[in-house]
Design a protein around this ligand. Structure first.
Ligand SMILES: [Zn+2]
Length: 314
């Protein structure tokens, strides 16, 4: 779950202007990673230990991210997935997309820097682990070329991904003790999401589009009955409790840095006043932990940016 992406999508659904190119880039990234997970499952490699979406920081180092890390007894294979639609070229140690130098930092340099951090963590466990990395270009329309300049990061076009992964199919997973030790050490340096982003300021609540929003199709055309809410566009039917739950999470994301904004009063207003306050209060009380009493009460749903270490779902 990418908090930044959820905040952007929620803002957009509520009529707030967002940076569209950032939204597109994040969506493409998330889609690319999902495609890679599918590959891992299809190749029957989910018996191995994979860490999914890892952020690392050691002391004052910049925060760096790895999309996936395959943990083997002798090696950590770090895989970054790129979902570029463009052509990608590695020439004389530099990266170009569609013939132009990579607009962000040189992704190879970033990966090398990140790998040095991971190697330090691996060395803490045993001296026998080598951190190696590969850049996977998952998009069907991405054409990858590379000159003879040495590159310690393997570049893998989608067409070669199957062969690249196949060699791990017979590999045995690491012993439990090594898996535990690896988790312990990776956890120690796992940091929160590294890109800056923010939700709305409390005074911006007035410009948020109000009403009950369909979770499936994004329509605001809803029919409210005694117990249910039905979308008049796609016919999705939801209990009021689920609607309250979903909109509470939405409000929490909209005001990401201001958890005190999630009050019953604001939630009723967000839903356009279509569900009475006493019903909203009852569901909120049953669903979430409340702090404070009376008019100062709010529901501080925890959206910690530091996620738990994740595995590819088996
Ligand atoms: Zn709908």
């Amino acid at each position: 779950m990418n908090h930044e992406l959820i905040v952007l999508k929620t803002k957009l659904s509520r009529g707030i202007k967002v940076n569209k190119s950032r939204l597109k880039a994040l969506q493409a990234g998330v889609e690319g990673e999902a495609k890679f997970r599918e590959f891992v499952l299809a190749q029957k490699l989910d018996h191995l230990l994979w860490i999914d979406d890892y952020w690392v920081q050691i002391e004052e180092s910049p925060k760096r991210q790895a999309d996936f890390i395959l943990i083997l007894p002798y090696e950590w294979l770090v895989i970054d997935v790129k979902n570029y639609h463009t052509s990608f070229e590695y020439r004389e140690g530099k990266c170009y997309s569609n013939g132009w130098p990579e607009p962000m930092d040189n992704i190879i340099a970033l990966a090398q820097n990140r790998n040095q951090l991971l190697q330090r963590i691996a060395n803490d466990i045993t001296q026998n682990i080598t951190v190696r990395s590969a850049l996977v270009f998952i998009n069907e329309n991405c054409h990858v070329t590379q000159d003879n300049t040495p590159c310690d990061i393997e570049l893998i076009p989608r067409t070669k991904l199957r062969i690249f992964l196949e060699k791990f199919r017979a590999t045995k997973p690491v012993h439990q003790w090594l898996a535990d030790k690896t988790f312990e050490h990776l956890n120690k340096y796992h940091c929160e999401y590294g890109f800056p982003f923010c939700g709305l300021k409390p005074e911006e609540f007035s410009v948020v589009k109000k009403g009950i929003l369909c979770g499936d199709c994004g329509s605001y055309h809803m029919e409210i009955s005694k117990l249910f809410v039905k979308c008049l566009n796609c016919s999705k039917k939801e209990s009021k409790r689920d609607v309250v739950h979903r909109h509470a999470i939405q409000l929490r994301y909209l005001f990401y840095d201001n958890p005190q904004m999630l009050t019953v009063k604001n939630l009723v207003a967000l839903m356009g006043g279509e569900i009475p306050q006493r019903i909203v209060r009852m569901h909120m009380y049953n669903l979430f932990k409340v702090v404070n009493r009376g008019s100062a009460s709010y529901y501080p749903i925890d959206l910690s940016r530091k996620s738990q270490l994740k595995l590819i779902k088996r």
